[in-house]
Write a protein that binds this ligand. Structure first.
Ligand code: NAP
Length: 276
């Protein structure tokens, strides 16, 4: 069991939140586990964030945090060591009235890396595209998994420099995705490219023959980039596994024990190997 009382209710805090599929699989898991709480998306305007957090504190609520509030909540919460390192909170609860925050995106990304690279990372060169909140989680996940050769493609190099210093993961920063993926055996898209259309963060042609690919973006039929990489012979998965695993780890923060992952996968309309 977790050390704190289970949250009275569960919410996803963000703006916007309509695209999120978290409520679908969290409610299936809550029902399966026989818990009375329900999970709902809460679209909160930036001007309403503090008032909303205060109301959630009074209720002893818990939940997840998404764009654009992960850093703002980290600044207001008592963070775990991991959330403090990433500088972003995506999971919260209350302990004796104190807002507590964790980052389970790292666990989600790690699960995806392990699924695609079961032999470990060893001397593998990894490329990360993007330098935002999820890139921070990706860098920490790579570091925890023993990767010591990371290249980051960032259109704002200064942001990548700050990120690398904050998470204490040394990286080589390059300006273009083409440059980053050259010789990389694991390529991670941590930009929103491909979320709304079929744009790709880098052409599959630029990838190393043996590169495997993770797209943090998820879409119902996988992203165009993932589909195209698979057609070119690369093992590739979109962000569905990451979504599910960060949610399962959040469930375990709120309630302790093990999350019913098979129910969560089923609720998303996927099988556990669907990302591969
Ligand atoms: P973020 O903090 O806004 O960072 C986005 C990064 O992408 C920034 O470095 C930004 O560059 C860069 N970028 C944006 N558009 C670009 C473009 N057209 N070309 C090149 N670089 C571009 O966002 P985030 O929280 O890291 O999220 C990134 C994506 O991951 C989102 O689509 C999110 O939905 C997804 N995600 C999925 C999961 C999951 O569970 N599957 C979890 C977390 C995130 P600048 O610094 O120059 O602005």
């Amino acid at each position: 069991m977790s050390a704190h009382a289970p949250p009275s209710r569960l919410v996803l805090l963000g703006h916007p939140v309509a695209h999120s599929r978290s409520a679908v699989f969290q409610n299936a898991a809550l029902e399966y586990a026989g818990f009375p709480q329900r999970y709902e998306s809460l679209d909160v305007l930036p001007s309403e964030l503090d008032r909303t957090l205060e109301a959630l504190r009074a209720e002893g609520a818990g939940g997840n945090v998404t764009i654009p509030y992960k850093e703002s909540v980290a600044a207001r919460a008592r963070c775990t060591t991991l959330a403090a390192r990433v500088g972003a909170v995506n999971t919260f609860w209350h302990e004796q009235g104190v807002l507590c925050g964790e980052n389970t995106d790292v666990a989600g990304i790690s699960a995806s890396i392990v699924a695609l690279c079961p032999g470990g990372l060893g001397e593998t060169r990894c490329a990360v595209m993007g330098a935002g909140g999820s890139a921070a989680a990706a860098l920490v996940a790579l570091h925890q998994l023993g990767c010591r050769d990371v290249v980051v493609a960032a259109r704002t190099p200064e942001r990548a420099r700050r990120l690398s210093a904050r998470v204490q993961v040394p990286v080589r920063i390059v300006a273009t995705a083409d440059e980053a993926v050259d010789q990389a055996r694991l390529v991670i898209n941590a930009t929103p490219i491909g979320m709304l259309d079929d744009a790709m963060p880098v052409s599959p042609i630029a990838l190393h023959t043996h590169a495997v690919v993770i797209d943090l973006v998820y879409r119902p039929e996988a992203t165009a980039w993932v589909r195209s990489c698979r057609t070119s012979g690369h093992a590739a998965e979109d962000g569905s596994r990451i979504l599910l695993e960060q949610g399962a780890a959040a469930f375990e923060c709120w309630f302790g024990g093990s999350a019913p992952r098979h129910v969560m996968w089923q609720a998303l309309g996927l099988s556990a190997g669907a990302g591969e």
